[in-house]
Design a protein around this ligand. Structure first.
Ligand code: VGL
Ligand code: ZN
Length: 198
């Protein structure tokens, strides 16, 4: 059984948003159209409290795209984005949310970020999605969404580690590409056995 996992197609990651990914809006109509081909469709939604520790604004003297050392390791700092209940946290209006079987919110604890749909950034705290997919008999995942080199990348690697057959549709993803992060993500995903389809 095959599921489409749609990562963070939210207003803040699209042009005009707080953490805009170039071309983020270009993929949305095609992602919505692709949903009909899958037994299951799961959406993720980046969902931060306004004082989230991944926001540069929570670290005096630090700016967006710098990094800090957190108890769980290095954390890149971002502009405030996807604040719970805000317009920026809403899904892009062209995303067919009606077709979603499940919506997984992540990054809702102030002290820890969660790029991956499966585990928070300590790489051990589960979001619960693995239980849902497994108990529904899902074995194969196709990932699309934003951003290729962060949340798609982390989700794809975790899914492969958990034993799913994972394909990333790069044509239906867009990247932030911070300091070579896109090429690093491609190499790391490939090393985990993720199929990258352009
Ligand atoms: C993301 C940075 C911060 C993503 C989320 O969806 O890739 N990136 N929060
Ligand atoms: Zn975030």
């Amino acid at each position: 059984m095959r599921a489409l996992l749609v990562i963070d197609i939210q207003n803040d990651f699209c042009p005009g948003g707080a953490l805009a990914v170039a071309g983020g809006d270009e993929i949305v109509t095609r992602v919505s159209a692709l949903m009909t081909e899958f037994e299951a469709v799961v959406l993720t939604q980046d969902w931060h409290p306004s004082d989230h520790s991944s926001f540069a604004s929570s670290h005096p003297g630090k700016g967006p795209f710098e990094s800090v050392e957190m108890p769980y390791g290095e954390q890149t700092l971002w502009p405030d984005h996807c604040v719970q209940g805000s317009e920026g946290a809403n899904f892009h209006p062209a995303l067919n949310t009606d077709r979603a079987d499940l919506i997984v919110r992540k990054g809702f604890r102030a002290a820890i970020d969660s790029y991956s749909a499966f585990f928070e950034n300590d790489r051990t705290t589960p979001t619960g999605i693995d239980g849902y997919l497994r108990t529904r008999g899902i074995t194969d995942l196709v990932l699309v969404g934003l951003a290729t080199d962060f949340c798609v990348n982390y989700s794809a690697q975790d899914a492969a580690k958990l034993g799913y057959t994972v394909t990333v549709r790069e044509d239906l993803c867009r990247a932030i590409d911070l300091g070579g992060s896109l090429n690093a993500a491609r190499a790391d995903m490939a090393a985990r056995g993720v199929i990258i389809q352009s």
